[in-house]
Design a protein around this ligand. Structure first.
Ligand SMILES: *Cc1c(COP(=O)(O)O)cnc(C)c1O
Length: 355
């Protein structure tokens, strides 16, 4: 039995335009230089100065007491739910959430938690949907402990939760005694696009994290922030999960470099995403969701080309992207240029013409 990804096809065209994911970004020469110069120590005992600096930077950025460097965004989510919940507890999240569909069942396997999938458009549940899913504490219902949102909502189309909706979710959660967690894999895309600061965007949320290995361009890592007590708990789970690190300053230096140089430029990725959506929407029969950030979801079926065929035809032309939940997802990031976007639209036009 094969698990995806399939082994790369040696006869496949070289990838020239990589729209598969912002995780595909490679560290820039300047980032590698920062990594090479990083001062390091033993992270596990709190002795790595560069990792400590990164954690202090992110805690400050998100207005939280403390933060911890994790090997991945997935581990930020997993360690967070392990810190908040006990076996049998319920987490509430949108039906398309990463914690439900893309973390290998970690929350059930490692924590024994169940996740209640909430409905709603564009990867976001409404405050009303949250209210409707809440129940009083009884002897027979699972204890509801945590509500989690994605900012931005990945499968929802990279959509940005509005600040007012986030505030309402927090106030409902607090009134019900739930903890609040923000999966901020692309939080800085949301803050750059909306002009709302990261501190304001995460205000009221017990925990939030940002991924450095996506649009920020670092090779590895996420940083989760919250109260000092919460971060102590996350640290214990980080150790239990085997995620404690040693001279992690080499990686933390890349993240610090990203905070200094790769945040404002996310606006370019958003402009490229808008240009891509505009170009695609001018092709008859292509259905495009208007992007709010760096993710462009589209369906070519109306132009007579099935999504899977479009993906494989584009791949032959050196463009890599993939289907995600029934649509094609194109992701712009720091290794994608405006000229590549124009070229990509041309390929789609040609493929549709030849259909
Ligand atoms: C990518 C992603 C994650 C996981 O981050 P990794 O660093 O890839 O482990 C979690 N949540 C969302 C919404 C994501 O897009």
């Amino acid at each position: 039995m094969f698990y995806t990804p399939a082994p790369p096809d040696p006869k496949a065209a070289p990838v020239r335009i990589n729209l598969l994911s912002d995780t595909q970004t490679k560290p820039t020469p300047a980032m590698r230089e920062a990594m090479a110069k990083a001062e390091v120590g033993d992270e596990q005992v709190g002795d790595d100065p560069t990792t400590n600096e990164l954690c202090a930077r992110v805690a400050g950025l998100l207005g939280k007491e403390a933060a911890v460097f994790m090997p991945s965004g997935t581990m930020c989510n997993v360690a967070a739910t392990l810190a908040y919940c006990r076996p049998g507890d319920e987490i509430l999240a949108h039906a398309t959430a990463h914690i439900i569909a893309r973390e290998g069942g970690a929350h059930a396997a490692l924590g024994g938690f169940q996740i209640m999938p909430l409905p709603g458009d564009d990867g976001q549940f409404t405050p009303e949907a949250l209210r409707a899913a809440l129940h009083p504490r009884t002897r027979y219902q699972p204890p509801q402990v945590l509500v989690s949102v994605e900012q931005t909502a990945n499968i929802g189309g990279g959509t940005i939760w509005k600040k007012a909706a986030l505030d309402e979710v927090v106030s409902i959660a607090k009134a019900h005694g739930l903890a609040t967690h923000m999966d901020g894999a692309r939080l800085l895309n949301a803050t750059v696009a909306s002009g709302i600061s990261p501190r304001d965007m995460t205000a009221g949320w017990d925990s939030a994290w940002i991924d450095f290995s996506k649009g920020l361009g670092a090779p590895i890592g996420g940083v989760i922030a919250g109260t000092r007590a919460f971060i102590d708990d996350v640290w214990r789970w980080k150790q239990r999960l085997g995620g404690s690190m040693r001279q992690s300053g080499v990686c933390a230096a890349a993240c610090i470099h990203a905070l200094d140089h790769h945040v404002d430029r996310l606006a370019e990725d958003h402009a490229n995403a808008r240009a891509l959506a505009r170009g695609l929407s001018q092709i008859n029969g292509i259905e495009v969701q208007a992007p709010e950030t760096n993710l462009v979801f589209f369906k070519p079926d109306g132009a007579g080309v099935a999504g899977t065929r479009m993906v494989s035809e584009l791949r032959k032309r050196g463009v890599m992207l993939a289907m995600m939940d029934g649509r094609i997802r194109a992701c712009t990031h720091l290794d994608v240029t405006a000229a590549q976007i124009e070229e990509m639209v041309g390929h789609v036009r040609d493929i549709v013409r030849g259909a």
